[in-house]
Design a protein around this ligand. Structure first.
Ligand SMILES: Nc1nc2c(ncn2[C@@H]2O[C@H](COP(=O)(O)OP(=O)(O)OP(=O)(O)O)[C@@H](O)[C@H]2O)c(=O)[nH]1
Ligand SMILES: [Mg+2]
Length: 362
């Protein structure tokens, strides 16, 4: 790890120095403003100091392509296999539990369908509980029971609402979530739709100053869409940037991906968003996330009090089971789902009937 200190007259200049010296993969470790010259700290010139680092052991790009990925050490492999085995056994036992006589009857084909679409076995059992047997409904068509189940599912998915913009006020929305789930891409999709398709005045703010490349990623989108973009390094700067753009209909804030197990990072994010309680926070999750991991993410990010959930990568997930399982436990509002990498097209307002149809997909 190569660590270096940079001093410049402003943050933009410091970032250029970091990029030139350490490259686009540099990580910002610390920033501070200080006064240079002057008398007892007064009348000095304001300067910024940035401490940045880059992994000096990382191979150059060309070399990286040729790297051979070694299998994990024997112990790790055994451990992973054991964990997998235990997880499979747990699933089988949960399913068996609901097929035992005290639970009434054998699982139904609809229950099996729910489980196949990754609805947790216990939730699937509760969803079909009390539904009539298909053959017991005299003279009804085959789909009657399915329709009843569909309505039950829709009931749990009812809370959906996107970004509600008022023609007069300024709405501010921040996207938060784990790394790589698609926050920046989703911000670009939202910005392009609200600015270009709906003609609203939109501005972007990025608080993701962790990697140089992250700032550039959003700046590129901002330039293409033709809307202003600001970079902020602290809660105070966020407040100032929000004030500067209070003439806009929508201000979208991008944040750095955070690990749910890093308490410090989450506390920092919480402090950033606490500068203005009017910020509407959407927690972004990949639909392909395993349910148990998604639960952990929602639990840990709850310190940031997100108002809505936003699910990305529906196109990459084999089911939308995680979405349903989560909403069964946390009756949260879902804003959007994203369905691919294309900006601005691959985003939709969440629809309870569309999701319910996917949950009952054969
Ligand atoms: N298939 C698919 N890929 C997506 C979707 N949304 C984003 N991606 C891709 O996911 C990758 C990561 O997207 P980013 O927008 O950079 O994710 P991020 O959450 O901002 O990542 P960090 O800022 O590093 O935390 C990119 O390759 C995107 O093109 C989606 O709906 N479907
Ligand atoms: Mg990002």
């Amino acid at each position: 790890m190569k660590v270096k200190l940079f001093t410049a007259q402003n943050m933009a200049e410091a970032m250029t120095q970091v990029k030139q010296d350490l490259g686009r993969d540099a990580v910002i470790l610390h920033t501070r403003r200080f006064k240079k010259g002057g008398v007892m700290g007064f009348f000095g010139k304001e300067m910024v100091e940035v401490m940045a680092a880059v992994d000096s052991t990382a191979a150059p790009v060309a070399e990286k392509k040729m790297q051979i990925v070694l299998p994990p050490a024997a112990d790790d492999t055994q451990l992973t296999a054991l964990q997998l085995e235990m997880s499979n056994m747990r699933k089988i036992m949960e399913q068996m539990l609901y097929q035992l006589p005290e639970h009434g009857k054998q699982s139904s084909p609809l229950q099996d369908l729910l489980i196949k679409n990754d609805i947790e076995p216990l939730i699937a059992a509760k969803l079909v509980k009390g539904l009539p047997e298909e053959q017991s409904i005299a003279g009804s068509d085959q789909g009657t029971v399915r329709k009843l189940l569909f309505e039950r599912i829709v009931d749990y998915l009812q809370k959906t609402s996107g970004i509600d913009i008022s023609p007069t006020g300024c709405k501010t929305v921040a996207l938060i979530g784990p790394t790589g789930v698609g926050k920046t891409t989703t911000i670009a999709k939202l910005a392009a739709n609200f600015a270009l398709k709906e003609g609203h005045k939109v501005a972007l703010i990025t608080a993701d100053t962790y990697r140089i490349a992250a700032v550039e990623q959003l700046k590129t989108y901002g330039d293409i869409i033709g809307i202003p973009i600001e970079t902020v390094y602290s809660p105070d700067e966020l407040k100032e940037a929000m004030c500067r753009h209070n003439d806009k209909n929508l201000v979208l804030i991008d944040t750095a991906g955070r690990s749910p197990s890093n308490y410090y990072q989450l506390a920092e994010l919480q402090a950033l968003l606490a500068v203005d309680p009017s910020i509407e926070t959407h927690l972004v999750l990949s639909t392909a996330t395993k349910y148990r991991d998604a639960l952990e993410i929602v639990n840990k990010f709850s310190v940031c009090s997100p108002q809505k959930l936003l699910f990305t990568k529906v196109d990459e997930a084999s089911s939308v089971g995680t979405i349903f399982n989560l909403l069964y436990h946390f009756p949260a509002t879902v804003s959007y789902v994203t369905t691919g990498q294309s900006v601005p097209d691959d985003i939709e307002l969440a629809s309870s009937t569309k999701l319910a149809n996917m949950i009952l997909r054969e």
